[in-house]
Design a protein around this ligand. Structure first.
Ligand code: HEM
Length: 360
């Protein structure tokens, strides 16, 4: 993903970059993005779901998440479909063995990375020229913020490129897996689905035809967010991540020596009945009560907490809204196995049968 991505940064340079990224991805930053996201989702559904009776939910949500990040965060709206395949090749290489030999996933990814770089550098330079010529910073548009920081000399062009690639990667498999598994859990738990549907019908009833959702509407999707959190508790998109001890650490009766790597995992607490009674059962309303800090950690925690948490939440809630209010749907393979490579994914792409649905 490049040595300048936020994941590689430490200390002050991490804080500076994180500040720029989270200023757009915070709740207040996202207000301006809600109508843009609604438009992207509706266009995606019209283009890819209309007149179809079966679609791959995983594939569709991957494409959609990609389009949302490119269109809504970076204003790159010119045929994101053609860039999607190139990005997919990059992403396949991110978690593959680093063997740069013709034909390996890694080598293909490196080649695709240079193609992406060319496109992104072009977009960044165009934006820079426009902003130096007087164009204002766009509200809620991350590319504007990054280019403004570039003009002020706070970050370099390479940092902008590396972080655009990183954000696409960070959003891609995680959000699509969370959405896909949310639908799987709803299919297997009809009572939860009935409650969720009621919440969305209520919101839809108060909207005129074609009227976009607002942040206020999204805030009403409380039960849906409980369902999504319970889904991510049982099926975390990221199983954990590494940390390096920068000093000797005492933890319970152990000393973790400086320089050692530590792997924290989501499953450790997510499946522990101390924090989640009857941990293997699907019970969204457990999230109606406060959860102990650092027990529910699909988005990590602390200074490295997922910077896209609010964007992911918005993406999941808004997509669920449009799908459940517009479509009847059912899983083609209710027991579809989940594979890991190393991130989890539904082995058949989770195909669903769909038909249009009209609100009473
Ligand atoms: C359901 C969806 C998502 C899940 C489950 C998720 C999960 C995570 C986790 C566990 C981490 C921490 C990794 C660590 O501690 O090493 C992380 C970091 C990060 N995520 Fe997400 N993520 C999601 C969506 C997104 C989206 C949509 C974006 C932005 C477009 C994003 C951007 C980032 C960034 C920039 C970091 C690095 C933060 C830092 O190092 O300061 N994520 N994510």
């Amino acid at each position: 993903m490049g040595k300048n991505s936020i994941m590689e940064k430490q200390g002050d340079s991490h804080r500076c970059l994180r500040g720029i990224i989270t200023s757009t991805l915070s709740v207040s930053g996202l207000t301006a993005m809600v109508p843009r996201m609604c438009a992207s989702i509706q266009t995606h559904l019209d283009k890819n779901w209309r007149n179809r009776d079966e679609i791959s939910l995983y594939r569709s949500t991957k494409m959609l998440t990609f389009t949302i990040v490119l269109e809504c965060l970076f204003g790159i709206g010119n045929d994101p479909g053609s860039l999607f395949c190139v990005f997919e090749r990059v992403l396949e290489g991110v978690l593959s063995p680093p063997i740069n030999f013709p034909g390996t996933k890694f080598a293909r990814a490196k080649k695709a990375r240079s193609e992406i770089e060319k496109v992104l550098v072009g977009e960044i330079r165009r934006k820079r020229e426009a902003m130096e010529g007087g164009e204002e910073e766009e509200d809620g548009m991350l590319l504007s913020k990054l280019v403004a920081a570039l003009i002020r000399g706070e970050i370099t062009e390479e940092e902008v490129v590396d972080n655009v690639v990183l954000l696409v990667f960070a959003a891609h498999d995680t959000t699509s897996y969370a959405i896909t598994m949310t639908f799987k859990m709803l299919a297997n738990n009809p009572n939860s689905y009935a409650l969720l549907l009621k919440e969305h019908e209520e919101i839809a009833r108060n909207k005129r035809a074609g009227e976009a959702l607002t942040l206020e509407d999204v805030k009403k999707m409380e039960y849906t967010w409980q369902v999504a959190r319970e889904t991510m508790r049982l099926n975390p998109p990221i199983f954990g991540s590494f940390r390096k001890a920068i000093t000797d650490i005492q933890f319970e009766r152990f000393t973790i020596p400086k320089g050692w790597k530590v792997l924290w995992t989501t499953y450790g607490t997510h499946y522990d009945e101390k924090y989640f009674p009857d941990p293997m059962s699907f019970n969204p309303s457990r999230f109606a009560d406060p959860i102990q800090s650092y027990a529910f950690i699909p988005f990590g925690g602390g200074p490295r907490l997922c910077a896209g948490f609010h964007l992911a939440k918005l993406n999941i809630l808004v997509l669920v809204h449009y799908v459940v209010t517009r479509y009847n749907w059912s899983l083609v393979y209710p027991d579809e196995p989940i594979f890991m490579d190393p991130l989890p994914f539904p082995s058949k792409g989770m195909p669903i049968k769909i038909s249009p649905r009209y609100l009473a």
